[in-house]
Write a protein that binds this ligand. Sequence first.
Ligand SMILES: CC(C)(COP(=O)(O)OP(=O)(O)OC[C@H]1O[C@@H](n2cnc3c(N)ncnc32)[C@H](O)[C@@H]1OP(=O)(O)O)[C@@H](O)C(=O)NCCC(=O)NCCS
Length: 134
Amino acid sequence: MIIGIGTDLANIDRIQGTLDRFGDRFRNRVFTETEQRKAERRRDVAGTYAKRWAAKEACSKALGTGLAMGIAWKDMSVTNLRSGQPIMHVTGWAKDRLDALTPAGHEAVIHVTLTDDHPWAQAFVVIEALPTAS
Ligand SMILES: CC(C)(COP(=O)(O)OP(=O)(O)OC[C@H]1O[C@@H](n2cnc3c(N)ncnc32)[C@H](O)[C@@H]1OP(=O)(O)O)[C@@H](O)C(=O)NCCC(=O)NCCS
C-alpha cells in the first residue's frame, strides 16, 4: 500500500544564487558528502543540487512533516545506482518518522524520481509499505 506521496519543484537559478551567496555553509548544511561529490564533478552543478533539494522537500512531504524548522536536511539524501537510478536514504528524525508511518508487519520502500529542464528541477517521492515475509 502507498503510505505517502510528495512532490517538489525547485528553481535551479535560485539554488545557484544560494550557492553563490552562502557557498560551503549552504552545501554542508543541506547536502551529504556523497551528494556534494556528485554535484561538484558535474557540468551542471546547480542543477544537480536543485534535484537533490527537490528530492528532500518531496520526501519531507511524503513523510507528512514538510520542512519544519530545525530539521536536519542531511537525514534525507540521494545516491545513484550504477544505472543512474536515484535512491533516497533516510536517517535520524526522517527514519523515525518513516518507522512511525509504517504499519506493523510491513516494511517501507521509498521510491524517488528526479528530472530537470532549466530552470526547473523536479522530484516525486512515493513511500510504499510492503508486507514483510513471515
Ligand atoms: C535516464 C535518462 C532517461 C535520464 O534522462 P535525461 O533527460 O538525461 O535527464 P532528466 O533530467 O530527465 O533525469 C535525470 C535524472 O534521471 C534519473 N535517472 C538516471 N538514470 C536513471 C535510471 N536508469 N532509472 C531511473 N532514473 C534514472 C537520475 O536521478 C537523474 O538525475 P541525477 O543524475 O542528478 O540523479 C537518460 O539518462 C537515459 O536514457 N539514459 C540511458 C541509460 C544510460 O545511459 N545508462 C548509463 C548507465 S548504464
